[in-house]
Ligand binder design. Structure first.
Ligand SMILES: Cc1ncc(COP(=O)(O)O)c(C=O)c1O
Length: 440
């Protein structure tokens, strides 16, 4: 199949080397199950669930049909003072996957909007409980919390913020959890829990009563899968309780089974107060995100408003769009009916062992991983990110899609994968490493 556009100039592509891409476009025209096809007919195995979005595999008819049916029945209802049944149904299904006291979900259209929404929920909650002076947010180095201004301010990825300069005030970063002695450790590293004490130091230096919340990706995804050390998240929770901070788990990647449990909160057995999500909520088919909060947060904000007044002055035109809700409901049914989170748990050992076979390759600097997610870091060629960028392109033409950030590949296959798919991903990964070594 060909693509019809005469020129690729009009679309300014996100997070892409536009000039380079347009010289030799990696144009995908079809996807199904574990595979995608380029416009020349090349078959590409999807090693990263696209962008961690498609655990049920590509081209799920149940989702497409649910969306089509919804569009014919009721294409759009604005959610400001109106409702449609799908959003309530989906919110309930999501809450059933979460710890007991998470009974409320605010819908957004992306992970980035989920982060902005969470920031507002936090500030509104602190004000509603009479602690408006708690207006400082904490995040971590090497964190990724999306690209809107709040998320960029929280993020610890320098390339995403240095161009823009202006960010939100009152944000402190604590250190990330990767340390040299963790290299090639599978699962949770044994060292590094004490890094949580950075949070305690900030409380000591700035005063615990000024702190509103801390944002944590339970496994830092976009910077290459940084797995929390044993005891780290527990320590963070303890410090949050001591100083009255809200703990946010940004589960945009780890939510919906990536850890072999519904959310990472169950995998690590640590309970936050807010959980942000997106991506796999709809199996990537329609943009959608959400922010789940505990009863305590919802009730405090809601009950602080006068009777019959709007309680939370926030929302998007497309919050809980009927098409997105239909996609979300169909997706949640697939996860449940096919036991896909259990599949992910059952595949974890095979998947991680397969990834670790790449450890012997001279270009591989580190491997990290847990659940159905692994980070493979290659040695820099001197210009950070150049080798990773080149390998991402080479992999595509070798029939493998992997999401790279700099020199880190993030492997995260769909949960419908079978062992032979994992083997194919590893073979093509090694082949591309070999080629890169030859070119060195
Ligand atoms: C942890 C985390 N938070 C937020 C986001 C932003 O999501 P989106 O790209 O849908 O805006 C991402 C995206 O990868 C993410 O990994």
């Amino acid at each position: 199949m060909a693509y019809d556009a005469n020129s690729l100039e009009s679309h300014w592509m996100p997070f892409s080397a536009n000039r380079d891409f347009k010289k030799n476009p990696r144009m995908v025209v079809k996807s199904d199950g574990m595979y995608m096809w380029d416009y020349k007919g090349g078959q590409i195995i999807d090693g990263s669930s696209a962008l961690f979005c498609t655990p049920a595999g590509h081209g799920r008819r149940e989702i497409a049909e649910a969306v089509y049916k919804q569009m014919l029945e009721n294409d759009y209802t604005p959610h400001f003072q109106l409702g449609h049944p799908g959003s309530f149904d989906l919110a309930e299904r999501v809450c059933r996957l979460l710890p007991d006291d998470f009974n409320h979900v605010f819908f957004t259209n992306s992970g980035s909007e989920s982060i902005e929404t969470a920031i507002k929920v936090i500030l509104a909650y602190q004000r509603a409980r009479g602690e408006a002076q708690r207006n400082r947010l904490i995040s971590r180095e090497r964190a990724y919390h999306g690209v809107n201004m709040g998320g960029v301010s929280l993020a610890g990825m320098v390339r995403n913020r240095e161009t823009f300069g202006l960010t939100l005030p009152n944000i402190s970063l604590i250190r990330h959890t990767w340390q040299e002695d963790q290299r090639f450790s599978k699962g949770q590293p044994k060292t590094g829990a004490e890094l949580a004490m950075d949070l305690e130091r900030i409380a000591e230096n700035l005063g615990g009563s000024t702190l509103a919340a801390v944002f944590i990706e339970p496994v830092a995804g976009s910077t290459g899968t940084l797995v929390p050390p044993v005891g780290y998240l527990e320590k963070v929770r303890e410090i949050c309780d001591k100083h009255g901070l809200i703990l946010v788990f940004d589960e945009v990647i780890t939510g919906f089974g990536r850890m072999g449990t519904p959310f990472a909160t169950q995998k690590f057995n640590v309970k936050p107060d807010i959980i942000t999500m997106a991506k796999a909520l709809t199996n990537g088919a329609i943009p959608m995100g959400g922010v789940a909060v505990t009863d305590e947060i919802y009730d405090t904000i809601t009950n602080s408003a006068p009777d019959n007044a709007i309680e939370f002055f926030h929302g998007y035109t497309y919050s809980a769009h009927p098409a997105a809700c239909a996609a979300g409901i169909a997706t949640q049914k697939i996860y449940q009916d096919e036991g896909l989170f259990e599949n992910a748990a059952a595949l974890e050992d095979y998947f991680l062992d397969a990834m670790w076979t790449l450890q012997d390759h001279p270009l591989v600097a580190d491997i990290r991983g847990i659940g159905m997610m692994a980070g493979i870091e290659v040695h820099s060629d001197g210009a950070p990110g150049r080798r990773g960028g080149n390998m991402q392109k080479a992999m595509f033409w070798n029939g493998l899609h992997i999401k790279w950030t700099g020199d880190n590949a993030i492997v995260a296959p769909a949960f419908v994968a079978e062992r032979h798919h994992i083997d194919e991903i590893v073979d093509k990964f090694r082949k591309t490493l070999d080629q890169a070594l030859e070119e060195k």
